[in-house]
Design a protein around this ligand. Structure first.
Ligand SMILES: [Zn+2]
Length: 319
C-alpha cells in the first residue's frame, strides 16, 4: 500500500469474491465504504466459461451501480493464483487451471483486473479496513472447515515465490499425524479447524446428532458441558501451537483470527492468547497482539477492492 493522499471525489473499486456456490459482489469506495453488494448464485454455470461470463456480468452490474471513477476490479479466487493466472487448487471450480483469468476478464469488461487467492484477499481486507488497520506486518488466519491464511510483510501480501506459499493451514504440527485434506498428515488444519473440533467433540461426547457444529459446541462450552470443554481446550491448544510457530517465524504486530468461531466471544481470543504467551519465544512475541477479525464475511470483498484501489487508498498501513 502506498501513502499517497487522494483528495479527489470518491474513487470506487469492484470486488468479486468467488465462492463454491456464489459470487459475493460489491462496490467499495477508497475509504472502505461498501456502497453496493449482492450475491450472484453460480448454480446455473456448468463450464468455466459460464462462470467467467457470470463474473464479467457481475462486474458490469457493479460498474452500472455507481456514477464515478472506477479504479478496477479485484477478484478473490479459491485456489493458487500467480500474476492474475489461476495455477490450481480450486477443487470446486474445475477447468480454471492455467487460465489467464485476469486477461480474459479485462477483455470482456474493459476494467483493470487484479486476482489473488481468496484467503489473501481476506487478510488484505483486514489489514486495510479491519483489525489490522495501522499495521505493516500481520498474520491472518481464517478458521472454518479448513484453515486459510495470509501473511503481510511491510504492508504487502507475502505468498512466497510465484505466490504458491503462505498455506498456513498446512504447516505441519505433528509428524505422521491426523490425515489432512491436502493429502499429507499432521497439518495445523487437521487439528485446529472447526471440522477437527466437531470430530473431536463427537468422539468425546458420542453425540452423533446432525446439529453438532462449531456454534453448538461453543454454546455447550458456555454451559460447562464437560465434553465441549475438553474439545474446546484441545482446539485452543492446537490454535496456540500453530500461532506460536507463526509468531516465532514472522513476529507480526498482530495475529488476526477470522472465521465464524472467532466471533464466539472475547474468551475465544483470550484463551488462545494466554496459551501463545506460554509457548512462543518472548522476543518474537514482544510486539504481537492477537485479535479477532472485524470484517466478518465482508473481509474478502473489502480485500478485493483494496487490491484494486491500491494506488488510490488514503489509508496509511505503515502507521
Ligand atoms: Zn494439509
Amino acid at each position: 500500500m502506498n501513502r499517497r493522499i487522494n483528495t479527489m471525489p470518491a474513487t470506487y473499486a469492484i470486488g468479486i469474491d468467488v465462492g463454491g456456490s456464489s459470487l459475493k459482489c460489491g462496490v467499495v469506495t477508497h475509504t472502505g465504504e461498501i456502497v453496493q453488494d449482492f450475491l450472484k448464485p453460480l448454480d446455473g454455470a456448468r463450464t468455466e466459461q459460464e462462470v467467467i461470463d457470470l463474473i464479467a456480468e457481475a462486474i458490469r452490474q457493479c460498474a452500472g451501480a455507481v456514477d464515478g471513477n472506477v479504479a478496477g476490479a479485484g477478484i478473490g479466487f479459491p485456489g493458487i493464483v500467480d500474476d492474475n493466472r489461476v495455477i490450481g487448487g480450486a477443487d470446486n471450480l474445475p477447468g480454471f487451471e492455467g487460465l489467464p483469468l485476469g486477461e480474459i476478464l479485462k477483455k470482456q469488461t474493459g476494467f483493470d483486473i487484479v486476482i489473488d487467492n481468496d484467503a489473501n484477499m481476506m487478510g488484505l481486507g483486514e489489514l486495510v479496513f479491519g483489525s489490522g488497520k495501522g499495521c505493516s506486518d500481520i498474520v491472518f488466519l481464517t478458521v472454518g472447515t479448513g484453515i486459510g491464511g495470509a501473511v503481510v510483510i511491510n504492508g504487502e501480501l507475502y505468498g512466497g515465490y510465484k505466490n504458491r506459499g503462505a498455506e498456513l493451514g498446512h504447516m505441519m504440527l505433528q509428524h505422521n499425524g491426523a490425515p489432512c485434506t491436502c493429502g499429507a498428515k499432521g497439518c495445523f488444519e487437521a487439528y485446529a479447524s472447526v471440522t477437527a473440533l466437531v470430530n473431536n467433540y463427537r468422539q468425546i461426547s458420542k453425540d452423533t446428532g446432525r446439529g453438532v457444529n462449531g456454534r453448538y459446541i461453543v454454546e455447550q462450552y458456555r454451559l460447562h458441558n464437560a465434553a465441549a470443554i475438553r474439545a474446546m481446550h484441545r482446539h485452543f491448544d492446537y490454535m496456540a501451537a500453530g500461532i506460536a510457530g507463526l509468531v516465532n517465524i514472522f513476529s507480526p504486530q498482530k495475529v488476526v483470527i477470522g472465521g465464524g468461531i472467532s466471533e464466539a466471544g472475547s474468551f475465544y481470543i483470550g484463551e488462545i492468547e494466554r496459551r501463545v504467551r506460554n509457548t512462543a519465544m518472548p522476543a518474537a512475541l514482544a510486539h504481537t497482539t492477537i485479535a479477532a477479525a472485524m470484517l466478518g464475511n465482508q473481509a474478502g470483498l473489502l480485500g478485493c477492492t483494496a487490491k484494486a484501489l491500491k494506488d488510490h487508498l488514503i489509508i496509511d498501513t505503515r502507521g
